[in-house]
Ligand binder design. Structure first.
Ligand SMILES: Cc1ncc(COP(=O)(O)O)c(C=O)c1O
Length: 265
């Protein structure tokens, strides 16, 4: 919360609007309650209200803390900006009453936004993510600390130090994990953030090389979590045998979403 107040103060100082990415607003509110002095006796709902009070609006990917399958929204405090956005909405998404989303999804979202603030739900959701993280840490797997609210991040610079970043260790591990247990992780490293200077050909390295194991809400049992952990630990024990990957095709931007890679022999 202190951070949000600080961002608000900077935005005011420079006269710029401040929009929240609200995708994980409830999990973040829960962490404020757990970790920030003075909020232990405040409800998560009140904390969320205070968080939003500092922002001029927000974007929301509802499939996270909206607890729905798909959809999202833009919320704005400024009436004029809201009216302008409605025009673009009609052109690009759908009429203002549904914005391109199906009615049933809107109804589920209206309920999801309430249910996500249930503190028993949040405690069990974050406990499950931490079960995955702590099981991996106990086995010596290099996961980033503190463990987050929605995912466990594996540090590939420590996990696969023998694979140089230009051989995409994060994608190499994600591919092996999928083959081993059908678990879909997401590489976030050289493929996403690194690049080759078009003038000099020099490689710019991404400071982070991680695999994100994001845990969907209300989907898995703890047995599923143990299945994933077992597979990660098995691959960690066999890590010396893992090889890097080669880029076969990549679009000019946002390459990690659609690039094609193949394993190096
Ligand atoms: C914080 C955050 N905001 C927004 C998004 C994008 O959401 P969408 O897939 O709905 O575009 C993501 C995706 O993971 C995210 O983590």
């Amino acid at each position: 919360m202190e951070n949000l107040r600080g961002v608000r103060a900077i935005a005011d100082r420079y006269g710029i609007p401040f929009y929240l990415d609200a995708a994980r607003f409830a999990e973040n509110a829960y962490f404020i309650k757990q970790r920030e002095a003075g909020y232990q006796h405040t409800t998560v709902k009140e904390i969320a209200r205070e968080m939003f009070s500092y922002a001029d609006g927000c974007t929301m990917s509802s499939k996270k803390d909206g607890l729905v399958n798909i959809g999202g929204f833009l919320a704005l405090k400024d009436e004029q900006k809201y009216r302008q956005a409605q025009q673009v909405l009609i052109l690009l998404e759908g009429f203002v009453t549904y914005g391109g989303m199906a009615g049933r999804d809107l109804e589920a979202l209206a309920i999801g936004l309430q249910e996500v603030l249930d503190e028993c739900y949040l405690a069990s959701r974050i406990r499950q993510v931490h079960l995955l993280g702590n099981t991996l840490l106990q086995a010596g797997v290099p996961a980033l600390r503190p463990i987050g609210g929605h995912c466990v991040m594996l540090d590939m610079k420590l996990f696969l130090p023998h694979i140089p970043q230009e051989q995409y260790p994060a994608e190499a591990f994600a591919a092996e994990l999928y083959l081993d247990s059908g678990t879909r992780g997401c590489g976030l490293g050289q493929l996403a953030f690194g690049f080759e200077d078009p003038q000099t050909g020099e490689i710019q390295y991404s400071p982070l090389e991680v695999v994100r194991l994001a845990v969907p809400r209300r989907v898995y049992t703890d047995n599923h979590i143990h299945h994933v952990a077992k597979s990660v630990i098995k691959l960690y024990e066999q890590r010396q045998a893992l090889k890097g990957m080669r880029l076969v095709w990549a679009p000019p931007g946002l390459r990690h979403f659609t690039a094609h890679l193949e394993p190096l022999q």
